[in-house]
Design a protein around this ligand. Sequence first.
Ligand code: ASP
Length: 438
Amino acid sequence: MEIKVVKFGGSSLADAEHFKQVADIIKADPARRFVVPSAPGKRFSNDIKVTDMLYECFELTRNGGDVNAYFPKIVERYTSIIAELGMNFDISGELEYVKNAIMHHSGRDYAASRGEYLNGMILAKYLGFDFVDAENVIFFRNDGSFDEDKTNEEMRRELKKHKYAVIPGFYGCMPNGTIKTFSRGGSDITGAIVARAAEADLYENWTDVSGFKMADPRIVKDPCTIDTITYRELRELSYMGATVLHDESIFPVRYAGIPINIRNTNCPEDRGTMIVPGTSEYDTKHIITGVAGRKGYSVVTIEKDMMNAEVGFGRKVLEVFEDDDISFEHLPSGIDTMSIVLETKSIEEKRERVLTRLQKAVRPDSIAVEDGLALIAVVGRGMVRAKGTATRVFDAIAGADVNIKMIDQGSSEMNIIIGVEEHDFEKALNAIYSEFVK
Ligand code: ASP
């Protein structure tokens, strides 16, 4: 039988109305067997997420304050959900326990994790599903890193015992039994872990948008939704600043080759975006999958006559950056020039030292640093097959009267990276988007 793992974000579980929508979605498909909830998120724009309220409680106790005055706000979030759902479920004992544990210094991660824990209990009860505490199936090592193998083994064993279950997101357990959370937004990781252990056919990630957009809606007006994207493309776009699912948060399913479907709880009829391990099919209408970019880059350009014949030149240059713990993004080079593109903030306080050390290391004819560069990545698996994509990108940028400062095409031919001046960033991005999405 098909297995789907479904993760619901905080906005999808912010109140009783959303709980009902979520239950309808889950019950509509018997394959939706394992459910991973976040803590209740914002109900309106200046509302506070339960996770943030719990962090606040922790801060209060740490600073010697009294949680009793603040905690009722959290109690109210959960009890109103239970009451409005008409459930016969008394969660007051659990809430009291959590409050006392926070007051007795159970730790920051413990406090934060209770948002998911309590929400998971309510959701399990409401759905009539089993509740599997993440504390017993998600493990960290002593150094705080995630113990993937142990988790996969234990999670797999546990899931076999349940036909339908709710596993709260965001947290797991340290070897000494204390609670540890993933980084913020970490329920996405829990969902991916459960999907891998369940050998799911699909990991559905339900949120409040109908999938990923081809470009940032704050820059491009009303961009189209991406229908299908590969893991590689997702990584390229999220790396370049697209606010899509963070590629790091889905590594368990990526390794297992499980597709992810981003769906909208408020519009369950929308297909959303499919993230797949690989496909030779592509969007033949648009050719590109998406375009994203970021400001805040600098280029260090080194010139030296006959550089191309000097064995070890590149290594010596890169060693200077490595020794100062600076990672670079791109390395466009000419016959006698080498450029290192890096984030401006990574070099900010080290600039003088790096330049002096470069002088010493390779005795160049000149070195120049230019700030204020923006990088734009045009990403698409279809670019390998469709001829003339690069020409179209460059023509579009020229047509917008923007000067290109740098070009880098990955050898996979899946992306073209263009450097422009920061003040041309929005103009260039719009020009590229309109060229491919008419
Ligand atoms: N509730 C946690 C947060 O706000 C984790 C999550 O929602 O994924 O970051």
